[in-house]
Design a protein around this ligand. Structure first.
Ligand SMILES: NC(=O)c1ccc[n+]([C@@H]2O[C@H](COP(=O)([O-])OP(=O)(O)OC[C@H]3O[C@@H](n4cnc5c(N)ncnc54)[C@H](O)[C@@H]3O)[C@@H](O)[C@H]2O)c1
Length: 256
């Protein structure tokens, strides 16, 4: 299956880059789309350093026009579009009574609207390749996270968007799945701890792990563990898997 073109939105982030590296190791061609800046350039350089084919495309996923343009450019560069991975995301928590409209807009536009419009623009190309879409949702798309209503709304929306699109696109041979990670060691968790952990960011992280059934053995998931699973979902062996919201979360969403 080598030589497929993979577009990863949020490709310079923890999970996006780990996924790009994993797929690049198989000889896939990787397009990382993310906010413009050094982080994107560095991520592309990291993949290129392995000898793989990679480019970076600046993208603010909140813009529908920018989503369409990035899809066009990715498929022009690759000659096809085979895999679309939605890994862009922003975290927000705090009392619902204090939330501002611009915060709601940011979280919903990045986590939900952008993912939808990238998929929408990619459908004509993915139908030519019987392509694969993977949306990175969250355990917060399956169970409520106390104090993170907007983030949960965005990820819960992404899960059902995944299921509805899987049904709609199945006749064209396109598979659409969501992966739902638990807390994963990426810059997002560092941001959460720094921004919402007050004067005790380490305590914030300990509280996150305190939700897990492993107790003392709880640990953060590694981005590479998520990437391996995404890699599997992109293989022909995963052909029967579509419309699924797959938890990779040490059981944190299984109940209590
Ligand atoms: N880290 C976790 O614990 C965790 C758990 C469950 C789900 N998730 C989800 O996984 C996905 C990947 O997150 P991550 O953990 O790798 O975090 P990350 O912060 O490392 O990556 C997120 C990426 O999204 C990009 N992004 C943000 N706003 C954007 C915009 N307007 N346009 C384009 N790109 C934008 C960021 O620049 C960043 O590179 C996200 O959707 C996140 O919500 C993360």
């Amino acid at each position: 299956m080598a030589g497929r073109t993979v577009l990863i939105a949020g490709g310079a982030g923890g999970m996006g880059l780990a996924t790009g590296l994993r797929l690049a190791a198989d000889g896939e061609r990787i397009v990382l789309a993310d906010l413009p800046g050094q982080k994107l350039d560095d991520a592309v350089a990291k993949i290129a350093a392995t000898g793989a084919n990679a480019i970076g495309l600046p993208l603010d996923i909140r813009s529908v026009a920018a989503c369409r343009e990035v899809v066009e450019k990715a498929q022009e560069w690759g000659g096809s579009l085979d895999i679309l991975i939605n890994a862009a995301g922003v975290w927000l928590e705090g009392p619902a009574a204090e939330v501002r409209e611009d915060q709601w807009d940011l979280v919903l536009d990045v986590n939900l609207k952008g993912a939808f419009f990238l998929i929408s623009a990619a459908i004509p190309y993915l139908s030519q390749t019987q392509g694969v879409v993977i949306n990175i949702a969250s355990d917060a798309g399956i169970v409520g996270n106390n104090g993170a209503a907007i983030y949960c709304a965005s990820k819960g929306g992404l899960v059902l968007l995944t299921k509805a699109l899987a049904l709609e696109l199945a006749p064209q041979g396109i598979r659409v799945n969501a992966v739902c990670p638990g807390d994963t060691a990426t810059p997002m968790v560092e941001y959460q701890a720094k921004t919402f952990g007050g004067d005790d960011p380490d305590g914030y992280k300990r509280r996150l792990l305190g939700h897990y059934p492993q107790g003392e053995r709880a640990r953060f998931i590694q981005a590479e563990e998520i990437a391996s699973f995404i890699h599997y979902l992109c293989q022909p062996a995963a052909a029967p898997i579509t419309g699924a919201a797959l938890s990779i979360d040490f059981g944190v969403s299984a109940g209590y």
